[in-house]
Design a protein around this ligand. Structure first.
Ligand code: BMA
Length: 308
């Protein structure tokens, strides 16, 4: 829907024909990541200024091209009125669970997200299957559903409530993805928040690169090694649900950092984070003429990454 310095929300390209990745290597990426943050309030645009009506068109178009849509949800804080990063209260999750004072309001929030997901239909009116990746990076402490801000039991109840509500609303074909962020210490502890095999399909890692390639490779491999074993035990699909190096200062990041980080793991997909149109250094995939473009193309070709 947008990329480095351009935005279909403003330029009226309703075919959504442009993509930074396509500008670099001639094809669209297989996975399109969209975020529903803001839909809970009935807003017309998400937290990044993306119109929900256009997002629907973009998701359907991507599906028609043969792609897969992944949805995250940086929703507001239902107790304080702040954003997803407002961690000023540890009572938020408890307050929206059944019996909690904000439960009723939160059902409305889930309904608004459900309405949008239910509106994703192909030409025959059939629901488009999407990856639903809510309550992400719960092993960190920066979102109100994070480790320090609710108990394991509350987190699991939140996940299951969301799951059961969406099922009740008649959403079919949702692929539920849980994505702990990598932690140097006690990463495996995230499993105390595992909602159960009936509630999860994909287990993915969120892990970002800094300047230090070796640190990134070590962290990714440690995280994927652990999650691979969890996936094997539970019969789930492994993914890298968020990664990238912000601003891509390393011109060989793809072959020099990402490739050795995931080598040998049965990773079903890798999602890099967004190329913002309005923030010059907030991007993770190269755009045309970026110094890392050649290395990106090399990585795509060498690993036969499926593209559209
Ligand atoms: C974050 C940043 C924010 C954005 C959010 C949801 O990691 O990219 O700028 O609002 O994701 O897309």
């Amino acid at each position: 829907m947008y990329g480095h310095t351009w935005n279909a929300n403003f330029d009226g390209d309703l075919e959504f024909s442009r993509s930074d990745v396509k500008d670099v290597c001639g094809k669209y990426p297989a996975i399109l990541g969209l975020d529903l943050g803001g839909i809970e309030l009935g807003a017309a645009e998400n937290l990044d200024g993306n119109g929900f009506a256009l997002m629907r068109e973009a998701a359907i178009k991507h599906h028609e091209r043969g792609g897969i849509v992944s949805l995250s949800w940086h929703l507001r804080n239902p107790l304080t009125g702040g954003d997803a990063w407002d961690v000023s209260s540890d009572r938020v999750v408890a307050s929206i669970l059944p019996g909690g004072p904000s439960h009723k309001e939160f059902v409305l929030w889930m309904d608004r997200a459900a309405d949008w997901i239910l509106s994703l239909r192909d030409a025959d009116g059939k629901q488009i299957p999407v990856i639903w990746r809510p309550w992400h990076e719960h092993s960190g402490n920066w979102f109100w559903w994070g480790r320090k801000h609710c108990t394991d039991a509350e987190y699991i109840a939140l996940w299951r409530m969301n799951h059961d509500h969406f099922r009740q609303r008649g959403i079919e074909g949702l692929v539920w993805a849980i994505s702990p962020n990598y932690m140097e210490h006690d990463f495996e502890q995230w499993e105390t928040r595992y909602p159960g095999d009936a509630y999860v399909d994909v287990i993915g890692l969120d892990c970002y690169a800094g300047e230090d390639r070796e640190a990134y490779i070590r962290q990714m491999r440690a995280g994927l090694n652990s999650l691979q074993q969890t996936c094997a035990r539970h019969g789930k699909i492994l993914a890298v649900t968020e990664t990238g190096q912000e601003g891509l200062p390393d011109p060989k990041w793809w072959t020099g950092a990402l490739a050795p980080a995931i080598e040998g793991f049965p990773v079903s997909y890798v999602l890099t984070w967004r190329n913002a149109s309005d923030r010059p250094t907030h991007f993770y995939a190269p755009y045309a003429d970026h110094p890392a473009a050649a290395d990106f193309k090399k990585w795509i070709a060498k690993n036969r990454i499926p593209m559209l």
